[in-house]
Design a protein around this ligand. Structure first.
Ligand SMILES: Nc1ncnc2c1ncn2[C@@H]1O[C@H](COP(=O)(O)OP(=O)(O)OP(=O)(O)O)[C@@H](O)[C@H]1O
Ligand SMILES: [Mg+2]
Length: 427
């Protein structure tokens, strides 16, 4: 475990973000920040950490993330962010709810139902409405929706009550979300609004919609602040390791030099590499000497893939077969799934031997690859989900998705929400 709450090698990026946060609403301050970098470089961590430096009490920070393989409903990451917004308003009491409701209804008038139908979480503020908006053709409906959403954000993001919307993993965004975001950030009337998007620059192809939209932004009037999150330096890797093992920096240098050389300072890779050294006893705590010791020669001889994904795949392959199978199924379903649906699929989908996979998933929890969150098994990091998914041979993926989709449909009960239904269909 790296020391919690401390960021290594990100002073400049943190200063830039802090500055932007604390100056929202002032003229000539950018309304959009794009955080890019290699997978595992530390983009999400940077934005979340910088949030702590927000001094303004009147500012609301909301966030959502897109998922690998777009396994959730379109717009679900925006909905997650709006759910945070609704909860925040509700927390502030009845007067705030009424005031916000009034602002929204003033701005959107009779079309407000379009908003609550798309984002039911907003009913907490707006209430249940009986008026039915007029039906329009699909294309026109999309344009109308973009406009309504724009008006909504103008109403709730004001200079005196600014709003920051952070959407993570834009490389996996659905087209509708990207088009809505694009319209939103071009709206120069949104004076109290800041959009922060982060994406893996090593996972977008020039033909994808995201780089096309980013290019368009750069030639438009929108002020874009680009923050690149790259690998950390040799000194920072040494600081990180010294703090982690609780030893002076001069003593850990011989270890950190090799770790840096092997990982090039990609933080996720550093974490995975150190963990694999522990597993292989190349790094260990000596009770006799009451200190950490390592086998420099052995570590130096150790091959390392240039990707945390490959290291994670190796780790998954060391788990019992049933557990591996459960993780692959979970990776097909999404970043998380409730235990009972997952067990149903595992037990129906395979022969008896595989059916013990359910209980075996706890091995993956012990190894820190999955965590239990209420009734759900959740991948601890997107890269673990991707690594588990990559272990399914390509020619088997289609049929496994079909089988999973079919089994989720069977397992659905009438009163279940439509998220699971969407997961089934997206298979
Ligand atoms: N500057 C830092 N100092 C210490 N630890 C960090 C730092 N940045 C990230 N980490 C740790 O490294 C891991 C990877 O970081 P993070 O998930 O933010 O990367 P990411 O760029 O968002 O990856 P992805 O592209 O997969 O979403 C996390 O466990 C995080 O706690
Ligand atoms: Mg991330």
């Amino acid at each position: 475990q790296f020391p919690k709450g401390k960021l290594y090698g990100r002073d400049n990026q943190l200063a830039t973000l802090t500055d932007v946060y604390n100056n929202i609403g002032k003229p000539s301050v950018p309304s959009i920040v794009l955080v890019s970098g290699y997978s595992g470089a530390g983009k999400s961590t940077l934005v979340k950490h910088a949030k702590r430096s927000i001094k303004r009490k009147d500012l609301c920070f909301i966030s959502g993330k897109f998922e690998h393989l777009q396994q959730t409903k379109p717009l679900s990451s925006i909905e997650a962010a709006l759910a945070e917004y609704s909860n925040e308003i509700v927390k502030q009491g009845r007067a705030k709810i009424l005031q916000t409701r009034w602002l929204i209804i003033q701005a959107i008038k009779s079309d407000v139902r379009v908003l609550t139908e798309t984002f039911p979480c907003l009913s907490k503020i707006i209430g249940e409405l009986t008026s039915t908006p007029a039906e329009v053709h699909f294309r026109a409906a999309q344009n109308r929706f973009k406009f309504i959403f724009q008006m909504f954000v103008r109403a709730i993001a004001t200079t005196s009550n600014p709003l920051v919307l952070f959407l993570d993993d834009l490389q996996w965004a659905d087209e509708l979300s990207l088009r809505i975001i694009s319209a939103l950030i071009r709206d120069t009337e949104n004076t109290g609004f800041l959009f922060i998007g982060s994406y893996r620059d090593n996972e977008v192809a020039p033909s994808d919609l995201l780089p096309i939209l980013i290019n368009e932004l750069e030639t438009s009037k929108v002020q874009v602040t680009n923050i690149n999150v790259s690998s950390i330096s040799k000194e920072d890797v040494n600081n990180l390791i010294a703090d982690t093992v609780g030893m002076p920096q001069r003593l850990t240098k011989s270890l950190s030099d090799i770790v840096y050389q092997k990982t090039s300072g990609n933080i996720l890779l550093v974490a995975q590499f150190l963990e694999s050294l522990l597993d292989e006893d190349l790094l260990m705590f000596s009770l006799d000497h009451s200190t950490w010791m390592w086998d420099s020669k052995g570590i130096d001889a150790r091959e390392i893939a240039d990707d945390a994904g490959v290291l994670l795949s190796k780790k998954i392959l060391q788990l019992p077969r049933g557990c591996q199978y459960g993780m692959k199924l979970l990776a097909c379903i999404g970043s998380k799934c409730d235990a009972s649906t997952l067990m149903f699929i595992i037990n129906k989908g395979k022969d008896l031997e595989e059916s013990i996979a359910g209980k075996m998933l706890d091995f993956a929890v012990d190894e820190g690859l999955l965590r239990k969150e209420g009734p759900n098994y959740v991948f601890v990091h997107d890269q673990i989900q991707q690594a588990a998914y990559s272990l399914i041979p390509e020619n088997e993926r289609g049929s496994l998705h079909r089988q999973v989709g079919h089994l989720i449909l069977i397992s659905l009960t009438e009163n279940q929400d439509d998220d699971l239904f969407f997961t089934a269909v997206s298979q």
